[in-house]
Design a binder for this molecule. Sequence first.
Ligand SMILES: [Zn+2]
Length: 52
Amino acid sequence: MKNKERYVFLECPDCGERNYTTFKRQKSPYKLEKRKFCRRCRKHTAHKEKKL
Ligand SMILES: [Zn+2]
């Protein structure tokens, strides 16, 4: 397979809750960061990727 994809967690930086999972290309050099709603913080935070 050429474009290997894998799951990663998107983790809230404030509380550490892993709220989302998403696909990511394995060779992607940068870390994913997405503004997502955190239920525990009850606000949008810049969720960062964490490996499964
Ligand atoms: Zn949070």
